[in-house]
Design a protein around this ligand. Structure first.
Ligand SMILES: Nc1ncnc2c1ncn2[C@@H]1O[C@H](COP(=O)(O)OP(=O)(O)OP(=O)(O)O)[C@@H](O)[C@H]1O
Ligand SMILES: [Mg+2]
Length: 269
């Protein structure tokens, strides 16, 4: 693979609470276990909670760095024993939950130089279609839209794709169905979203895979440990390992596209 092949991935959903943070966190674990260097960025600037899921108390965060209080590098938090880095965000700071253009430019100029060291940069976004979510979605090289079998998750997921397509002309979306009973159910949920995207937006999202409903996920959350550390052999953990392998195949397929480009797209380019 060419040298500069960092893949930035925004993890998105229309509806909240569908599992974005758990999926970002555990994909980070799975890919780290496979030997890759991973950065996980908490892009939920209003209601950050990666730190809570990890049971860590970072000294600095993304907002501190954006406000110039600390260098961004100092906000990076190495998660042990898993071995990936987190860029945490502060919670309950409303002034930064809507990102202004100047803030976005500061973020890009400070973040981009740190990213070349990583194979993957996961951006765990907040729910919905706020300007900030759209910005992160459009900056990333790849977008995972997380949906569940609930009809509201499907309609909100479609709304998100529609908005991103309309505003940024984005056409490439990876769909992940979480909290599903089976692979078969996941496919049929994906088919509904894909059908609407095809019919109304003339684009074809790609099915990335599924994660089964599994009570071990909630247990891991309550213990403030990543699922892949807490219960690596459980069904949801095995699904995430399979997803990580699929994502790595997708990254290899994108190597030419990624090579030599900026890792995060400057939306003014
Ligand atoms: N595969 C799963 N099986 C069982 N429960 C799950 C699964 N995925 C997520 N959950 C449950 O859903 C809850 C919400 O997950 P998570 O915080 O990752 O969602 P989110 O999309 O990041 O939410 P928000 O939109 O608020 O950021 C978890 O605390 C867990 O209880
Ligand atoms: Mg979340």
């Amino acid at each position: 693979m060419a040298a500069n092949c960092t893949l930035s991935v925004a993890v998105l959903s229309g509806k909240g609470g569908v599992g974005k943070t758990n999926i970002s966190l555990n994909l980070a674990c799975a890919l780290r276990q496979a030997g890759f260097n991973i950065l996980l960025v908490d892009c939920d600037l209003g209601l950050a909670n990666l730190d809570v899921l990890l049971g860590i108390t970072p000294q600095g965060n993304l907002q501190d760095a954006l406000l110039g209080k600390i260098p961004l590098r100092e906000a990076l938090y190495p998660v042990e024993p898993d071995g990936f880095d987190v860029l945490p965000a502060a919670s309950g700071v409303p002034e930064l939950s809507e990102m202004k253009t100047e803030t976005r430019d500061v973020l890009l100029s400070r973040l981009e130089p740190l990213l070349g060291h990583y194979d993957y940069v996961f951006m765990d976004t907040g729910a919905g279609i706020s300007g900030t979510v759209q910005t992160f979605a459009a900056m990333a090289a790849a977008r995972i839209v997380v949906i569940t079998p609930e009809p509201t998750s499907l309609t909100d997921g479609y709304a998100l794709v529609k908005v991103l397509h309309g505003r940024y002309n984005l056409r490439d979306f990876l769909v992940l169905v979480n909290q599903t009973a089976s692979a078969r159910e996941a496919r049929s949920v994906y088919d509904k979203l894909a059908g609407a995207c095809r019919h109304f937006l003339h684009l074809e999202p790609v099915f990335l895979g599924h994660v089964r409903q599994d009570k071990k996920v909630t247990e891991a959350v309550c213990r403030q440990e990543p699922l892949l550390r807490y219960a690596p052999g459980c069904p949801a953990a095995r699904d995430i390992q399979a997803l990580a392998a699929d994502l790595q195949r997708a990254r290899l397929g994108m190597a030419d596209m990624l090579s030599g480009r900026k890792i995060l797209r400057n939306l003014q380019d």
